[in-house]
Write a protein that binds this ligand. Structure first.
Ligand code: HEM
Ligand SMILES: *[C@@H]1O[C@H](CO)[C@@H](O)[C@H](O)[C@H]1NC(C)=O
Ligand SMILES: *[C@@H]1O[C@H](CO)[C@@H](O)[C@H](O)[C@H]1NC(C)=O
Length: 321
């Protein structure tokens, strides 16, 4: 039986549509031919940065989060201010806080040396986040690649899309839902606060003003290096995980159960609400936490990437080509 021309046309249209959808997906082997040494190149640069300063693993992990939550994982957080836009580095969640940009520059230089003009800054952040977690003892996962870099940034979107530490549970759930992540993903990804540091200004209101759900001796300890009055002590640091701040493990959830979450937003995950059960599970089942964390990182990395011919492969992560 002969195909009618309309059937052929319909099939052709579907084929084109299908190719379009497929090419918009990320894949783990995206650079296997164009940059075969990508993974070892990034891994050795990440390891060397972490061996110089253990905290850097935390700072690099956070950059991928702050990239992905603002108009998708498009490397926008790495852009410096230009004459035509204000970058995201001075947005409220990042100013005096986001760090590791020089390390990303070093990794990008090493990658450019191996494969010039091929690998996006957005993808470098995704690989760097995975390698940081692994280097600090956390789970591994296969990073999906093929993102391209934005030509612009949005300070306003960074201010509004990244949740502040004053958030309550509902606000946390809705800001993650806005980027396609579930409440369970949110609880798993918050386990990132098993590493790294926060400034006094991020937790002062909790340690001085909260009595509910805050261990009193923990509060006293934290107050000793975080003065009540705003000002000189604002940038004093405290570990997000008091037990093992440089090891990626599930102690974060144990802290929450002992009412020793550092940020108000941390303790919201274990405050008599809908997230309590997941916190208890992760506190007692490290391998469940590891696998849910890895799955949620992949999902976060899927948020609205630029693919195909959208965006560009930046030569320098700090500025559009
Ligand atoms: C659930 C909502 C979240 C809130 C409200 C939040 C808030 C914060 C705040 C306020 C700090 C300290 C910043 C400072 O004082 O300079 C911080 C640090 C950090 N955050 Fe989050 N965060 C959240 C989720 C995440 C997620 C999803 C990740 C990673 C996937 C992450 C990774 C980190 C890391 C690793 C640090 C330490 C960074 C360093 O030491 O340089 N956070 N976060
Ligand atoms: C974003 O927040 C920063 C710091 O609070 C503020 O200076 C800036 O005006 C805000 N920008 C936009 C576009 O909302
Ligand atoms: C504690 O709460 C009071 C009343 O809301 C407020 O005026 C004060 O600034 C808060 N203190 C800190 C350290 O956040």
């Amino acid at each position: 039986m002969a195909y009618s021309s309309s059937t052929v046309l319909v099939k052709f249209v579907f084929l084109i549509f299908f190719i379009g959808v497929v090419s918009a997906q990320l894949s783990t082997n995206f650079y296997s031919k164009s940059c075969p040494n990508l993974f070892p190149t990034v891994k050795s640069a990440v390891r060397s940065a972490i061996s110089k300063e253990t905290r850097m693993g935390a700072s690099l992990l956070r950059l991928h989060f702050h990239d992905c939550f603002v108009n998708g994982c498009d490397g926008s957080i790495l852009l410096d201010d230009t004459s035509s836009f204000i970058g995201e580095k001075r947005a409220a969640p990042n100013v005096n806080s986001a760090r590791g940009f020089e390390v990303v520059d070093n990794i990008k230089s090493a990658v450019e040396k191996a494969c010039p003009g091929v690998v996006s800054c957005a993808d470098i952040l995704a690989i760097t986040a995975r390698d940081s977690v692994v280097t600090l003892g956390g789970p591994s996962w296969n990073v999906k690649l093929g993102r391209r870099d934005a030509r612009t940034a949005s300070q306003g979107a960074a201010n509004s899309s990244i949740p502040p530490p004053t958030s309550n549970l509902n606000a946390l759930i809705s800001s993650f839902r806005a980027v396609g992540l579930s409440a369970k993903d949110m609880v798993a990804l918050s386990g990132s606060h098993t590493i790294g540091q926060a400034r006094c200004t991020s937790f002062r209101a909790r340690i001085y003003n909260e009595t509910n759900n805050l261990d009193a001796s923990f509060a006293t300890t934290r107050q000793s290096n975080c003065p009540r009055a705003a000002g000189a002590g604002d940038n004093n640091l405290a570990p997000l995980d008091l037990q093992s701040p440089t090891a990626f493990n599930n102690d974060y959830y144990k802290n929450l159960i002992s009412r020793k979450g550092l940020l108000h937003s941390d303790q919201e995950l274990f405050n008599g609400g809908s997230a309590d059960a997941t916190v208890r599970q992760y506190s007692s089942n490290p391998s469940l936490f590891n696998s849910d964390f890895a799955a949620a990182m992949i999902k976060m990395g899927d948020n609205r990437p630029l693919t195909g011919s959208s965006g560009e492969i930046r030569r320098n992560c700090r500025r559009p080509n």
